[in-house]
Every structure is written in structure tokens, then in C-alpha cells.
Write a protein that binds this ligand. Structure first.
Ligand code: ADP
Ligand code: MG
Length: 333
């Protein structure tokens, strides 16, 4: 059987079940953005690992070493944020081809340090090895949250408002601008920056983690079309998304008009947005959104509702049901 027939998540599903019986009670394993381990002092640790592979996740000519180092940590801290947790440390493993020089690696570590310093998240260890001809970066991040408070993918409830914490599609548009060599303008530069300098919503995640009425949460790494499905499958719920409400930056709107980009496709399946996808108790949404605005000086964007039903998304626009705008990113399909 070819991997493309089952995809990334089909593959994980083939072995995840087998390991379940080895997991002691109280520990949450494969299936959420992080694993959850109680540590007995009133806190749980949340742990995640994410890998960046040259020519799969990044191309050397399209991202500076400093941005790449920053991104390798940011994508992991995004998973910590998605549990509602506070990051406490990271581990970094690097496999380096001979062609990479020390200056490149110093700059990479400078980018990693900048984010570590900004968020006061120390690097605690890792591994360094030689590689064939591709650079591989694997980060493991650890976070902390009060026992039992982690926000799961499996806790969405019928009627919940689905919301996102930031603009969608900018990073994917920035990558497209780089690959297709768009003429530079302030809008294009801004989109490229969004792609190169991943902005994990670490403060937002920790804040939402403290709000009781936030039911489910995850980060958007593969695009809302694919990521929301993870919440729906884990929670055994359906959803309705209003495409007209997806938050799109003015920079993406203007660039889309100029270059004929499919804004909706970028916003739903572009990926690498690294903002948070939350479901919030319907009656409490306005109050949470108001407090979010006061705290972060920008809106929490409502984009749809959780519904009773088998996992699936109904897409709406202009009050009418429309076709699915496409699936999110899968490594093998
Ligand atoms: P995320 O995008 O939030 O990092 P993924 O979609 O990569 O999560 O992974 C989904 C789930 O599958 C996570 O719980 C992750 O820990 C788990 N997972 C992915 N690959 C593996 C693997 N090779 N071995 C064990 N668990 C895995
Ligand atoms: Mg995630």
C-alpha cells in the first residue's frame, strides 16, 4: 500500500491504538497537540515535538537562518499555547549536512535564542548529528498548566461558537509570493514576513487556557479546513463555517486582488497560520471576546458554530451552503 492512500493521519492511526494500552491512567497520549502528564504538584506538564525538514518544510534560499531558528521553536510553542499552557523549556535536535557552515548555524541559534529570550523559555538540551544532504531540526517543547485544565480537541460542545485568534492565509500567501517571485511592495513584504517569522499565539493561548468557557482549542498549522476536522473527529461533532467571516488581513485582500489569488483557499487550507482555533460556550462568547479585545487590543473572530452530527464541515457564504474550499495540508496525499 502506498502512503498516499492513507495519508499522514492514516499512518499515525495504524500504530497509535496499539500503544494506548501501555499508557497509565491519567496520562493523555497521541491525538492532541500535546501529550499531558500529571506531575503531582497540582500541575500537568504538556509535551510536544515538531520537526522541520529542508525542502519539505523550508527551502534554504527562501528563509534566513535566523528566521528558521525562530520558526523551529515558534511552531512548537504554538502547540503548547493550544493547550492553554505556559511554556517552560525546549530541547533541540539538529542533523546537519557538511555543506552548512558555522556562521549559518550561529545565526540559526541566534533566531532560536531571540524567541527563547523574549518568552523566557530556556533551551534545556538536545542532540547534534551529521546528516546526508538535508538540514533537519526537531524541537521538543514542554509547558505547564494547572491539573486538569488543559484545553483538549475533544471538548467541543454543540452550540459552541468557533473562533480564531488572528488573520488566516497570510503565511501561505507569503510563501506563494516568494515562490512565484511577486514584485515587492509593502503588502507583499508584510505577507512574506508572516511566512518567515511565525508568530505563535503564546500569550493568547495561556490567557484562553484560564477561561473556563473555552471548551476546545488547537493551533492552526495545516489550515482551518483540516485542523477543525481534528476537533470535530475528537469531539464527535459537526460544524458550520461562514466563509464571509474568516478574518483576512487588508494586506492579503489587496495582494489577492492584484495577483488574482484565491483568498478563501489560502485562508482555509494554506496552513502555517499558527493562530489558535477555539470553541467557546455560545452564551459566554460575547463576554470572552470583549475581554480578549481588552487584553490583546484586537478581536477574537467568530467564524462558525459547533453542531450535533457526524464530523464534517458545512461551508456557508452569503447565507447559502457552498462547496468545500479544499482540504488542508497532508504530507503524503
Ligand atoms: P500537530 O500538528 O499539533 O503537531 P500532528 O498533526 O503533527 O500534531 O500530530 C497529531 C497527533 O499525532 C499528535 O498527538 C502527535 O503527537 C501524534 N503523532 C504524530 N506523529 C507521531 C509519531 N511518529 N509517533 C507518535 N505520535 C505521533
Ligand atoms: Mg498543533
Amino acid at each position: 500500500m502506498k502512503l498516499s492512500e492513507i495519508g499522514e493521519f492514516g499512518l499515525i492511526g495504524r500504530f497509535a491504538g496499539k500503544f494506548k494500552s501501555l499508557i497509565p491512567q491519567g496520562i493523555t497520549g497521541i491525538g492532541d497537540d500535546c501529550a499531558i502528564l500529571p506531575v503531582g504538584d497540582g500541575n500537568d506538564l504538556v509535551i510536544t515535538t515538531d520537526m522541520l525538514v529542508e525542502d519539505i518544510h523550508f527551502t534554504k534560499s527562501m528563509i534566513s537562518p535566523i528566521d528558521l531558528g525562530h520558526k523551529s521553536l515558534a511552531v512548537n510553542l504554538s502547540d503548547i499555547a493550544s493547550m492553554g499552557a505556559i511554556p517552560v523549556g525546549s530541547f533541540l535536535s539538529i542533523a546537519i549536512p557538511d555543506s552548512y557552515d558555522v556562521q549559518y548555524l550561529d545565526e540559526l541559534m541566534e533566531g532560536y535564542y531571540q524567541l527563547s529570550e523574549e518568552l523566557q523559555v530556556p533551551l534545556l538540551g538536545g542532540d547534534t548529528t551529521r546528516s546526508g544532504n538535508k538540514l533537519v531540526l526537531n524541537v521538543c517543547a514542554i509547558g505547564k498548566i494547572k491539573s486538569g485544565r488543559a484545553k483538549l480537541r475533544a471538548s467541543a460542545r454543540s452550540g459552541d461558537i468557533i473562533a480564531v485568534t488572528g488573520y488566516l492565509g497570510d503565511s501561505a500567501a507569503g510563501l506563494k509570493a516568494l515562490v512565484e517571485n511577486f514584485p515587492r511592495s509593502s503588502n507583499v513584504d508584510w505577507l512574506i514576513k508572516c511566512h518567515q517569522r511565525a508568530n505563535a499565539h503564546v500569550a493568547e493561548g495561556a490567557w484562553l487556557g484560564g477561561i473556563e468557557h473555552v471548551n476546545a482549542m488547537m493551533d492552526i498549522s495545516d489550515g482551518i479546513a483540516s485542523d477543525l476536522m481534528h476537533i470535530l473527529v475528537a469531539s464527535s461533532k459537526a460544524a458550520c463555517i461562514n466563509l464571509d467571516r474568516l478574518p483576512v488581513s487588508p494586506q492579503l485582500k489587496e495582494t489577492s486582488a492584484l495577483h488574482g489569488l484565491n483568498t478563501i483557499k489560502l485562508a482555509t487550507s494554506g496552513g502555517e497560520d499558527y493562530c489558535l482555533l477555539v470553541t467557546i460556550l455560545e452564551d459566554e462568547f460575547d463576554s470572552v471576546a470583549k475581554k480578549f479585545q481588552e487584553e490583546f487590543n484586537r478581536p477574537l473572530y467568530p467564524v462558525g458554530n459547533i453542531l450535533e452530527g457526524s464530523p464534517g464541515i458545512s461551508w456557508m457564504s452569503d447565507g447559502k451552503r457552498v462547496d468545500s474550499p479544499g482540504r488542508g495540508y497532508d504530507h503524503f496525499v
